[in-house]
Design a protein around this ligand. Structure first.
Ligand SMILES: [Zn+2]
Length: 248
């Protein structure tokens, strides 16, 4: 293969690596933010569960206060019962006592409902907290991985940039400008293979036989007539000789 073609293939590898590493480095803050958003969701889940439990406790305290009021009223009526003078007063007081008792019973029932609900809500808080602990661990590990990946991408970017600069330094400027001109027009891919059946492997257009013939030689710069990419040819591997089994 011509040294120019070899250099351009390596230049393409270096340029593609540079572009990929730039993209990875650019995506890093967003990946960290996505991890932190997941952690935040888990934290909000815990806060919401705690808030529901707190509301339950507040409601229960309020109901207990009501129950205490009914209880006080009931005791007062019972004390007054011994002091009534007439049947009418007695009947009226009995009626007050029945009402207070019924109010007290209803309030106590509601307190019990809240207590049963509190058991469920307490379990919910524990589940949410366990979930948060698990997510926290995952996110810590993920962030460590992301930091390592960022460092690796920065190292590879430096390496690929150095490789590219060396190739650019060692290659004829006209060839480098052709390469960059095609790369700019073709999403960064300036050089590609021709397939064994004579197509450009990227734009899939069939190459004219004399063009394909030249490309197969791999000793000069030939561009696809359709997409302008520089083409080279990778010959098929030599056939593996299979031992012939003779049957006697
Ligand atoms: Zn093409």
């Amino acid at each position: 293969m011509s040294p120019d073609l070899e250099r351009l293939i390596k230049l393409q590898q270096a340029e593609s690596a540079v572009a990929e590493m730039h993209a990875r480095i650019a995506a890093h803050p967003q990946r960290v933010a996505a991890a932190e958003a997941r952690l935040n969701d888990a934290k909000q889940g815990v806060d919401a569960a705690k808030q529901r439990l707190k509301e339950n406790q507040d409601a229960r305290r309020e109901l207990e206060k009501n129950a205490a009021v009914y209880q006080g009223r009931l005791s007062k009526f019972k004390d007054q019962l011994s002091e009534v003078k007439t049947n009418r007063e007695y009947t009226a007081m009995q009626h007050e006592i029945a009402t207070a008792q019924s109010d007290l019973g209803a309030a106590e029932e509601k307190v019990l409902e809240r207590m049963v609900e509190a058991d469920v809500l307490t379990a919910d808080v524990k589940t949410a907290e366990a979930g948060l602990a698990r997510v926290q661990k995952e996110i810590d590990a993920e962030k460590r991985t992301l930091t390592e990946e960022l460092a690796a991408a920065e190292r590879e970017l430096a390496d690929a940039t150095a490789r590219r600069d060396t190739i650019v330094h060692d290659t004829a400027p006209a060839l480098i400008s052709l390469f960059h001109q095609v790369a700019r027009a073709r999403k960064g891919v300036a050089i590609a293979t021709a397939t064994r059946d004579g197509l450009c492997s990227v734009c899939h257009v069939r190459l004219r036989p004399p063009v394909f013939q030249k490309i197969r030689q791999n000793d000069e710069i030939v561009q696809c007539e359709t997409c302008q990419r520089i083409l080279y040819y990778v010959p098929p591997p030599p056939p593996v000789e299979t031992p012939v089994v003779h049957q006697s």
